[in-house]
Design a protein around this ligand. Sequence first.
Ligand SMILES: Nc1ncnc2c1ncn2[C@@H]1O[C@H](COP(=O)(O)OP(=O)(O)OP(=O)(O)O)[C@@H](O)[C@H]1O
Length: 592
Amino acid sequence: MRNLGPVLADAWRLFKPYFFHSSERRLALTLLISVGVMSVVQTELGVLTTFWSNLLYDSLQQKDQHSFMALIFTWLPLPSGWFMPGLLAIAMLFILVGVTQLFVTEYLQIRWRRWMTGDFLQRWLADRAYYRISVAGDPEGVGTDNPDQRLSDDIAAFCGAGGNVRPGTDTLSLLLGLLSNVVSLFSYIIVLWKLSGRTPVFGLHIPGGLIWVALLFSLGGTLLTYLIGRRLIALRFFQQRYEADFRFGLVRARENTEGIALQGGEHEENAVLLRIFGAIRGNFISLLRRILLLNATTISYGQIASVLPFLVIGPSFFASRITLGTLMQVNQVFGEVQGAFSWFADSFPTLAMWRATVGRLATFDRAVRSAREAAAAGIQVHDGADAYRLQDVALALPNGERLGAPLNITLAPGIDTLISGPSGAGKSTLFRTLAGIWPFATGRIERPAGRTLFLPQRPYIPIGTLRHALCYPAAVADIEPDAVRRALEDADLADLVPELDQPDENWVMRLSGGEQQRLALARALLARPDWLFLDEATAALDPDSEGRMLVMLKRRLPGTTIVSIAHNPAVAGFFRQHLVLDGSGGTLQAAD
Ligand SMILES: Nc1ncnc2c1ncn2[C@@H]1O[C@H](COP(=O)(O)OP(=O)(O)OP(=O)(O)O)[C@@H](O)[C@H]1O
């Protein structure tokens, strides 16, 4: 596999935090080592079984019923003084170890997934990395699409706990597969070496002859599989990406049903969704062709492998130089050695899928890290001042383009300010910068202490009850029920009071634009901020309601300084000063 080094380095970076740095690392490592030990025990039981079957076939050849029964039900004493346990005991041990290993592995996987999901979520949401990523993307170009998929499917696929994860394709299964195959290889090679001593290959005595046959045969298979299977990696990667794009398209359509219905956009939606699906289909067909070719190769190779030992040592058996038991044991051990050698080749499709998952998680991880690091660059923000002071604050777009001349203004507490200016001048961008979330501004901002609330034009209404939406982002338990009711009444939404705790209502779909804006104002009443920034947050209201809401805000929040972006000249009378943002740097003027 080309570039295996960087993939393994990425996988290690994703693997390490839980097992070596998390608070549950001791338990995690103990469980990991336990499943490893159980895997080795299973492999060694397999080795024991080949010796057991050697004795069994010999007992059959010699028609020795007593030994045969002992090998099934009890144990058979050996000339060396040791004894061979019967099938009953071996099988019971196999079942016990197998079931315990399965349980412990799955328990570890779900704990790991829970931890890793929590860790990724926390870092993605910290320092507003999620926001920067969504507005700016990332230079690698592949690290940030569909973060939802990375946080759900990819982590589940990496840790191996989740309904959609194909068994055997996760990190732990691959690690255990690798471990048991390495142990298998060593254990069976020793057996094969011993057997080689008394088993001529094609009638010739070659030291370790059987091992060489198995090695050459497996290397041939590995090379062939690699050549056919290497394109699978990219195909898998894109398959996951297209699937996520399609799901995202469907979610967007679901969330915008009204907009689509009002504009009659069904035909276009259908065409767009089918176009995205076309990519899934096209890629899947290429994937399928590759998989078919690969399977045809591995199955043919497997068929040859099952008869090869008989061809190689059959002549010795017919010349009575080895017993039936030895013939069968060589066949079994040869199969195991060949199987272990070709593990890499057989696992190629799985490794390709795993590699795509690692790639998606690692690039996302890097994008989150660089977004968090970049949060410290750009504009210098200093908190704890007595006012908002902007010094040479230059707004810019993600592509570096400037939005007007730098701003040098001060917004003092107690002086309500109206901001206006032509559409696209950068008013909302200025708010984003003041909030500290816009990563593409330069200069220096001093911000006052105290609570600040920004209300955008389209308020975010989270999933849950109306009470939850009103209290957001505070917890419902932290807000007095009476205060919630009063806030709704003051925002002219008294009709909704009886529905405060009604579950399963899609409030975004149900409330009108103006009602959603008034809901956000009610939220401001509950939050009681020292500074309230309104970005056209009353624009959906009729002029009378807009005026009434501003009066209500002033009455209910007397200690709050309001800074509002508005296009409606009628609201100008509510503000003490006016900032016109027209690209020339903006100057504050006292209201008439
Ligand atoms: N994420 C982004 N990527 C690229 N350009 C952006 C992005 N966000 C905003 N812009 C651009 O920045 C410019 C300023 O946008 P902004 O929303 O600040 O304008 P505005 O003055 O608030 O406009 P309006 O009055 O229409 O709301 C616009 O040209 C807009 O297209």
